[in-house]
Design a protein. Structure first.
Ligand code: NIG
Ligand code: FE
Length: 390
């Protein structure tokens, strides 16, 4: 079954074979065959298909690739947010509040909560999602968090090393994370992550935990330099991790290490919005040759947004990224941060994840912040979100 999507006023392909960072095609069409893209080009040259959909001159972009989220949790911390907005600092210790609520929830409650958040993301154009554990912090609760996440995505990340739970010492907990917890988690996970930060895990502990994950077939990624300067980013670069996330406090040496290693800096501007930490100077990173991705970090503590469009708007307004760089960072670079080449790009053979905007150009994503511009979403060739295409 093939579908011709025609009348696309502006198509963002991210195809490196085409001109410019976004590989824009004007007056474009896309043919979707099953779950993949079968043809991309000027509408006037489009081949016939079984059915046709007219985009009416509106823009189409690749679905967002959100490479960093923590969706498996119960409860919320709205009061903590309110306190921060009136002067309280963000504290990593707040994670323990969500751990208590998550442990008390049933599997069904956790699953339906994740389903609701995934639907919320999809309706806003997110078609690939990474989901971490990290609010269980026991063998049972980490394994079940990942089993819940696996129902929604293959990009699951074991984050048992999120914070040391109240009833144990750091040494005992690292033993648990690298032993029985990892064994129980590994079958449900593709990645392993550590919150490398003052008040969470130090560089040596992160190194040990990532090595254990690698020995068990998982690939490493890291939360680093979110709240303070430290060695986490340099560890990620040294280990050649595909991505290191947050990168809020960076020295020039950290920036050089990222540029030299090719490790992607995944920036999470919703966190800075929601914790009042300074926005990252993405321009400094890009100008130094660092590869930059944007993701939501959707979680109940440091940032409870599921909107990549919001993150793009912040990156453009406050982080020195051009609209094109920001959109690219939340699509093609998000895919790169998950080591995926089948999503984030609209070219022949790629997954047909397309977002129809109720706007003539991708520029409106940052130009019209907070406005729901998603008119329709195709995921793997299927219309999945409300709007004229669903
Ligand atoms: O990515 N930094 C560590 N973990 C999450 C926040 C977790 C929380 O506050 O509940 C983050 O910001
Ligand atoms: Fe995070």
């Amino acid at each position: 079954m093939s579908v011709l999507i025609t009348g696309i006023g502006e198509l963002v392909t991210n195809d490196p074979e085409r001109e410019g960072l976004l590989g824009l095609v004007e007056d474009a069409a896309v043919v979707v065959e099953g779950s993949t893209v079968a043809w991309v080009g000027p509408a006037a040259e489009a081949p016939a298909a079984d059915t046709a959909y007219d985009a009416g001159g509106r823009a189409v972009v690749p679905g967002w690739v959100d490479s960093h989220s923590h969706l498996v949790f119960a409860g919320d911390r709205a009061q903590e947010f309110a306190a921060r907005m009136t002067g309280e600092p963000y504290s990593a210790g707040g994670i323990r509040t969500t751990v208590a609520a998550t442990r008390a929830a049933t599997d069904e409650q956790l699953t339906s909560h994740v389903a609701r958040l995934v639907a919320e993301m999809r309706a806003q154009g997110t078609t690939t999602i990474e989901i971490k554990s990290g609010y269980g912090l026991s063998v049972h609760d980490e394994a079940r968090s990942l089993a819940v996440a696996r129902q929604f995505t293959d990009e699951t990340t074991f984050l048992g090393a999120h914070v040391v739970p109240a009833d144990t010492t750091p040494e005992e907990y690292v033993e648990l994370v690298t032993g029985p917890m990892l064994e129980a988690a590994a079958p449900h996970a593709r990645w392993i992550d550590v919150f490398c930060e003052d008040g969470a895990f130090d560089v040596d502990q992160a190194r040990t935990i990532l090595a254990a994950g690698t020995d068990n077939g998982l690939r490493g990624r890291l939360h680093a330099n979110q709240l303070t300067y430290g060695g986490g980013v340099r560890l990620a670069a040294e280990l050649g991790l595909v991505a290191v996330d947050h990168c809020t406090y960076l020295t020039d040496d950290d920036v050089s290490a990222l540029a030299d290693s090719g490790t992607i800096a995944t920036l999470l501007p919703g966190v800075e919005f929601s914790t009042r930490h300074p926005y990252v100077d993405a321009r400094r990173l890009l100008d130094a040759g660092v590869r930059v991705a944007l993701a939501s970090d959707c979680n109940p503590g440091s940032c409870f947004t599921s909107s990549l469009a919001f993150c793009v708007a912040l990156a453009v307004r406050d982080m020195g990224m051009s609209p094109a760089e920001a959109v690219h960072a939340a699509t093609a670079m998000g895919a790169a941060a998950l080591d995926r080449d089948d999503v984030g790009v609209l070219a022949v053979g790629k997954r047909a994840d397309l977002v129809l905007l109720d706007a003539p150009s991708y520029l409106h994503l940052a130009y019209r912040p907070g406005v729901p511009l998603v008119a329709g979403v195709w995921q793997g060739g299927r219309p999945v979100a409300p709007g004229p295409v669903a």
